[in-house]
Design a protein around this ligand. Sequence first.
Ligand code: BGC
Length: 744
Amino acid sequence: MDAKTILKEMTLEEKAAFCSGRDYWHTKEIERLDVPDVMMCDGPHGLRKQLGEGDHLGINKSIETVCYPSASALASSFDRQVMRKLGEALGEECQAEAVSMLLGPGLNIKRSPLCGRNFEYFSEDPYLAGELGSAYVESLQKKGIAACVKHFACNNQETKRMTGDSVVDERTLHEIYLAAFENVVKKGGTRGVMCAYNAVNGEFCAENKALLTDILRGQWGYKGFVVTDWGAVKDRAKGISAGLDLEMPGGPHATGEELVKAVKDGSLSETELDRAVLRILEFVLKAAEEKQENVTIDRENCRRISRELSGECAVLLKNENVLPLGRDKRIAFIGEFAQNPRYQGAGSSHINVPHAVSALEAAGDKNVIYARGYDIHMEEGDPALVNEAVAVAADADIAVVFAGLPDAFEIEGCDRQDMQMPRNQNELIHKVAEVNKNTVVVLYGGAPVELEWREQVAGILCMYLGGEQSGAATVDVLYGTVNPSGHLAETWPVKLADNPSFLNFPGEDGVVTYAEGVFVGYRYYDKKEMQVAWPFGFGLSYTDFAYHNLRIDKSRMCDTDTLLVQCDVTNTGSCFGKTVMQLYVRDVESTVRRPIRELKGFEKIGLDAGETKTVSFVLDKRAFAYYEPRCQDWFMESGEFVIEIGKSSREICQSISVSVEGTTMLSFTITENTTIGQLMKHPKGAEFVKKMMASGSTANTETMGDGSEKMVQQMVLEMPLGALVSYGRMTKEQLEGTIRMLNG
Ligand code: BGC
């Protein structure tokens, strides 16, 4: 039977009950209608399948499996291919484990470095997050496993995560916080969306019609179903009306009684309930249809993939001729993380790994000596450990300190209080750097930290949280078996107070105002010309790349055209390497406040020494547009734009101008306070201004001195329509008639 036929056969009670899960991880089975249950599990940097008691906080054990790099690391790959490999590997594992939906990826924007779940999120940039998210979703779903992007929307902090209200203006909401979700709906074709716990602009996401229906389904055409974050339901009937479908987790209390009552007393229409039931049924039937029997997986191969992906994500932040390490050199590995690696965050995404490879173990027979240096569980330094480490460092050609945030610093459910590293690690690094000028720091952690010793060390390699093989991947990169090619998916500010959300994070009384608007991450730091530790998109390599010959296929385009942008890249160094060519778009002049530049394209390209390749990008209207609340759509203003090709948001290597022409004009209500300048941007108003100018007298600017013509022009543009009456150019009645005609 198909979903519609099944729906017709269901009683009101069955339908109501079906809208909640059976337990922590399953939908309900309807035996008499042959509707099977399906299982969903947490991920997405591994499979957290719980066989025993379920929970949504990573407390009870899940099956032993492979842990891949977390989103914070994955995003640094700037590589859709990395995401595809991960999606495929996880898709196969889900098939083998009879799991139909993998919850994730997290698409929330990194508004503040303090968000406790930043390790589960990709970036401060919605284009990057959306593109990587889409690549992953597509490949996972190709394997017959549904993705469930989360947490929709504006869940950018953990403080008051279940009750807080994120107050965001409409333009910022669409441009920054929704754009990645939009990408994954339209391009990735996600079959699941998980709504967030928090409220957006006063309405809980689980009951937010604007988000769940008007935008998600109305504007974006989403056809899948919406599941609550675990326990996010407040008012069940209101949620269903707003566009919510499935409540999770379920359990014995989830009988649907509340919904039956709401339908009976008329506060919820049965049509609205049917709509939700149908969407869940469609998901369940498709999952059943795509289920494959007898799939086995080769976990050894999965581990190899995990190691490879982790290497692709490594970001080399600083290298003063110290890396790669020579095999003939005597190397000191210092710090507990070298032996006991940190490779994932805590909470619902926690993967149960039988064995995580440490860098020390991966170093094998290399000439490495080890000193523990600090105790991960302590904040204060231990003099004995420090002394031993300093002695080992002094005796080595190169000292590599393994440092970063301990587990307790980054947890689902709590935000960090500051951006500091543990005191004992900072002290140790200072002391080691004093005795060995070739000191390299390897950083593990899911988010930026303040690095007070940044200038003192010769090298810094950031591995983020790179999965169970990140120790091995670290050794691959340190010794040059893998040439680092990761780039920062978020700006590393010098200090926390520099961050744009600093004064409004985590809000007060459960309300957080996103007062910085669209100026999030590099959009803010670049506009303010602020010094940063490392800019968005930054990452070094063991080779060099030159970008040249940027070209476009037309110098003028309108909003229905596409623009082909091409740029050549040459590996000018002496070994194979990968570079991330980043394409930014800059609006030269705009009537609304816009960032200096915004990422609109990126490609990762591998090149042998001396090799040259051409990279192509196709841009459409969206690359130039901003979200205009007055037309509730993306709007492209006519004028000059610059296409920039760079290695980070601060290192632009090539640029070229293009003139774009928007064929639509903004329509808005004209009043007597509308200025002539504004009127010129109105479809009917522009015509009126032209006629008025043609018939009016021209000011005698000759006697007014240099630049006066421009001044007069500016004054006219700023003049409100009402002034035409004050200056005797029209009667009040004529003006009213004109305004009526223009608005008509
Ligand atoms: C988390 C989700 C997770 C769910 C199920 C919630 O607490 O916010 O990300 O998928 O639990 O474990």
